[in-house]
Design a protein around this ligand. Structure first.
Ligand code: SF4
Length: 342
């Protein structure tokens, strides 16, 4: 489905995205409720840039990512994607048969490099599969292309005859990246790509992703559960809580001058070299709210250290408080919150 053009700078523009999962119960599968996993989420990503989508487990960030690549069918909203042919399509509305050519342009890197690679296939099969499916039938050409891709991600081409178990977590994630790059995508959706890796390996993979972005002008949607990982790799950050974006801003502004109390608490958990600053960690009380029964008013109010009576009854809107800086909080303009230095 062709759509009214968005700004040519945007590769992806998400408008009012919702994904509700219905809850059925009993023998007759009676509908008893719904989980609002993603509830009116909007954002855009410029070509060649990285947006980090951050929040605790269960906040809806992975569901958002999966809607964008249409692993989930959205309940409502638009996912406007600028194709290689420079037309804008609404991925949310496309029938399945029209999605296939588009999947080449949108690829996903998964969280767990141990389970995302088929253990019975060699690297040649794993990385070469998307090439084969998309018409590169000639085996020699496929071998040559897989060798190039392995080199690109820092692996020796001789490894292509080996199976995934022969590799470390970091190497496996490199294989996942090579596979994602095989078809020259423009958008990479990376779902916590380093959270299953040792800290020492995380930096190597993040550097690789940045190098590849610069080389191929890739656009990233980078999903993460804390803010420490994404600081140096993202141009913008959007923080999610119970299915909604509560703050989004250019990275520097969000880290140094957060305007939402939830962002402040996430920032307080970012590791700091100074031990005196480490003691300032804000430990939120309670658990992330249940998206099947979100709290009234501001969903964050049961855990918020700055709560006012109005917060318990009136849902705050997402408002611009500076150019490109959006916040969902009644007190966004009056609170001075603690960030981290640049
Ligand atoms: Fe806290 Fe109220 Fe702001 Fe919600 S609206 S984040 S409860 S101050």
């Amino acid at each position: 489905m062709m759509e009214a053009a968005t700004s040519p700078d945007y590769l992806l523009e998400v408008r009012g995205l919702r994904k509700y999962f219905l809850i059925h119960k009993g023998f007759l599968r009676k509908l008893v409720g719904q989980v609002r996993a993603v509830d009116d989420v909007s954002f855009s990503i410029e070509r060649g840039q990285t947006l980090a989508l951050v929040g605790e487990s269960g906040c809806g960030k992975t569901t958002t990512a999966r809607c964008i690549i249409r692993a989930h069918a959205p309940t409502a909203g638009q996912i406007l994607f600028r194709t290689d042919a420079d037309t804008v399509v609404d991925v949310a509305q496309l029938p399945k048969r029209q999605l296939r050519p588009l999947r080449r342009q949108m690829q996903m890197i998964f969280q767990d490099p141990y389970s995302s690679l088929n253990p019975r296939k060699t690297l040649l099969d794993i990385v070469g599969e998307p090439l084969l499916v998309n018409g590169l039938k000639n085996r020699q050409e496929r071998v040559a292309r897989v060798a190039d891709l392995l080199r690109l991600v820092g692996l020796q081409p001789e490894y292509m005859r080996r199976f995934p178990h022969a590799f470390s977590g970091g190497q496996r994630q490199r294989v996942g990246i090579a596979r994602a790059l095989a078809l020259h995508p423009s958008l990479i959706v990376a779902d916590e790509p380093v959270s299953a890796l040792d800290v020492s390996v995380q930096a190597q993979i993040l550097n690789l992703l940045q190098d590849l972005q610069a080389q191929f002008k890739l656009t990233y949607l980078f999903v993460a559960h804390d803010l420490s990982v994404v600081k140096h790799v993202s141009d913008r950050v959007a923080v999610m809580y119970v299915g909604q974006i509560v703050e989004s801003a250019p990275t520097e502004a969000l880290y140094t001058a957060p305007k939402h109390p939830y962002t402040e608490s996430l920032l307080s958990a970012v590791p700091k070299p100074d031990p005196r600053l480490r003691a300032q960690r804000i430990v939120l009380e309670g658990e992330v709210a249940d998206p099947a029964h979100p709290p009234s008013g501001c969903h964050f109010h049961p855990r918020c250290p700055y709560v006012l009576p109005v917060c318990r009854t009136e849902p705050p809107a997402l408002e611009a408080i500076a150019p490109g800086h959006f916040v969902r909080c009644h007190r966004a303009r009056e609170l001075t919150l603690r960030g981290v230095g640049s």
